[in-house]
Design a protein around this ligand. Structure first.
Ligand code: ATP
Ligand code: MG
Length: 374
């Protein structure tokens, strides 16, 4: 016999008898404790019922007086009921917990299947977007390649005509030629930008990385952009750069980055203003900022500013909206990052690059890049 059942069989009859013989709350509490012990030991309600039945029969047999057997039986029922209370409690508790768990599970299942559906449709959308992106890129790449050669030749021919090779033109002809030349120049730039982007994205653009002195690189960039900023009445100045600071970059690509930032700053500056270039040490790297005093980038455009072809609705100043996406792609390719801060009257576009330091460790040259944890 199960030892717990055996113990119950031993204790139950005397406790029952005590209650039947006029025991009060304490005897009833004993019944409850016996029941709880039975539940805990895994004794079933049916087994307790059998023990009760036997105990009751023996109690009645002992009494033998028929008149007394009715109240004894009634009290015995009370005792038995108290003993079964813990079974009742656990059953109800179990039922409630079961119901709560079932509701919870159903809710979870519903949410899970909804999330699964969302995920699947998002995945489909993503795949479709990727497909469209590849198609678009292929299309742009083919068009750009096809268009570039004839366009360059048209542009060259117009340039020769402008320089007077084809003879003198009347003023109207000259105006038409100027417009044609300007537009062909824009198209050449656009095609070149598109090809650059496509090469960066496909990983086919070569980056000739070498350590260069940051200050002289910035001076060269300013020098090169002066011709463009001058006619707009904008002065470009280098305000500060840490002496001897070097970065490991492709100089031509860096010039492209600076030309993009300087041309934007000049384009959006009011005439007569100064655009300031500044370099400083920042978070153990180097930060180069280009600050203008223009109207700033509209708040609602901030999120899209580095996307391809993105131009703020208010900024109708030419260009195709590719400059900043190329800038970002180039800087990131050289382990850097770009950012900007803008408010009316003061806008700074900046990029951070790791500082190049040559340290000698165990006879071998090694480079210092970003600090650990970046
Ligand atoms: N310094 C700035 N001040 C205010 N807005 C700017 C500035 N620089 C860029 N922007 C905003 O970001 C847009 C995107 O600049 P981005 O250089 O990519 O293209 P773009 O200058 O319009 O054309 P592109 O550079 O291809 O000739 C600009 O059209 C303008 O709306
Ligand atoms: Mg630009």
């Amino acid at each position: 016999m199960n030892p717990a059942l055996e113990e119950l069989s031993n204790q139950y009859p005397s406790a029952l008898r005590e209650y039947c013989n006029g025991g009060g709350e304490a005897a009833l509490l004993r019944a409850y404790q016996l029941g709880r012990g039975a539940v805990a030991a895994g004794v079933s309600a049916l087994e307790v019922g059998t023990v009760h039945q036997e105990a009751l029969v023996s109690a009645l047999v002992e009494t033998l007086a028929l008149a007394e057997s009715a109240p004894i039986a009634r009290r015995a029922t009370e005792f038995f009921a108290e003993c079964l209370a813990p079974f009742e409690l656990t059953r109800r508790g179990f039922q409630e917990a079961h119901a709560a768990l079932r509701d919870l599970n159903q809710g979870l299942e519903r949410r899970l299947s909804a999330a699964l559906q969302d995920f699947e449709s998002a995945q489909d959308e993503l795949l479709e977007q990727k497909r469209m992106e590849t198609l678009k890129n292929d299309f742009i790449s083919v068009i750009s390649h096809e268009v570039r050669t004839p366009l360059t030749s048209i542009h060259g021919a117009l340039n020769l005509l402008k320089s007077g090779l084809g003879g003198e033109l009347n003023p109207q002809g000259q105006r038409l030629l100027d417009a044609a030349y300007r537009n062909s120049q824009r198209l050449v730039r656009l095609v070149n930008d598109l090809l650059d982007l496509q090469r960066i994205e496909s990983g086919t653009m070569t980056f000739n990385l070498r350590p260069v002195d940051l200050r002289s690189l910035l001076e060269q960039a300013i020098e090169a952009s002066q011709a463009h900023a001058g006619p707009l009445g904008i002065k470009l100045v280098l305000q500060g750069a840490p002496t001897g600071a070097r970065v490991r970059v492709d100089s031509d690509r860096m010039m492209q980055v600076m030309t993009n930032l300087l041309s934007n700053a000049a384009k959006f500056s009011p005439r007569g203003e100064t655009v300031v270039v500044e370099a400083s040490r920042h978070n153990s790297g180097l930060r180069v900022g280009v600050t203008d005093r223009g109207p700033g980038v509209p708040e609602e455009f901030h999120e899209r500013i580095f996307q391809k072809f993105a131009q703020a609705a208010s900024s109708d100043r030419g260009g195709s909206g590719l400059g900043l996406s190329i800038t970002k792609a180039i800087v990131e390719h050289m382990s850097g990052r770009v950012g900007f801060q803008s408010e009316p009257g003061r806008t700074t576009f900046y990029f951070d690059l790791p500082e190049w330091r040559r340290t000698v460790s165990r006879g071998k040259a090694s480079e210092n890049t970003w600090p650990a944890g970046r």
